[in-house]
Design a protein around this ligand. Structure first.
Ligand SMILES: [Zn+2]
Length: 218
């Protein structure tokens, strides 16, 4: 009997996900807490999909992958969505938002690449980060600097479809930079796929919250 890679509890034989995939390594309870949303939205006019809500549980899952270097969890986190993702993006080239060299070396693997590797489409790792720089250490007003830090290793193919992937969507600056670099090189078929979407970083969400507060005060 397999143990769940997240909570370490045994996965029951009558589990729904185990019925669908006998080699399942994540339990039904953890899948429920991951809060699947498949949210569609746009970044710089490009269609994007976020698979899960960035809630406290998802925060813990991503930390387990990134900080505790859980390669096996990174490989299996998309198990129950992998077949539909394979169908949806079968003609795309996978490109991921680059991490700093230091964090990849410390972790021993690039977590974004490992998470999305299972989609099984061709990879064309065209982006890189010029400096060892962490977005989380930079003040929000300075984050536009990231456009000068991410660059292309090589020219993309104009007629190719590109799927840009990332783990969490926060300020969107890294993703916007990658999109703009492809657009500048005349690539028009671009889509974005992210593991988790953080509603608190969405300006529209903030303005709606603010509006509600004003109305209720009146
Ligand atoms: Zn579990």
């Amino acid at each position: 009997m397999n143990r769940c890679l997240i909570c370490q509890k045994q996965i029951k034989d009558f589990s729904l996900n185990k019925f669908l995939n006998p080699n399942e390594l994540i339990c039904d309870n953890c899948y429920c807490q991951m809060n699947s949303i498949d949210k569609k939205f746009k970044i710089n006019g490009i269609k994007a999909i976020a698979l899960y809500k960035y809630n406290d549980f998802m925060k813990k899952v991503i930390l387990q992958i990134k900080m505790h270097k859980d390669y096996e969890l990174a490989q299996n986190i998309l198990n129950n969505k992998i077949n539909s993702l394979k169908r949806k993006f079968k003609n795309y080239y996978l490109v991921y938002v680059p991490s700093t060299k230091d964090s990849d070396q410390q972790r021993g693997f690039n977590h974004v690449e490992t998470i999305f590797n299972g989609i099984g489409i061709k990879k064309d790792n065209i982006f890189f980060k010029k400096e060892n720089y962490k977005q989380s250490n930079i003040k929000f007003k300075d984050r536009n600097k990231i456009s000068k830090i991410i660059d292309l290793k090589k020219r993309p193919q104009i007629n190719q479809k590109y799927l840009i992937v990332d783990d969490i969507i926060t300020s969107q600056n890294s993703l916007k930079t990658c999109i703009n670099l492809l657009k500048k090189n005349n690539v028009s078929k671009i889509k974005v796929l992210v593991l988790a979407y953080n509603c608190r970083n969405n300006k529209k969400f903030y303005s709606l919250k603010l509006l509600k507060r004003i109305i209720f005060k009146i």
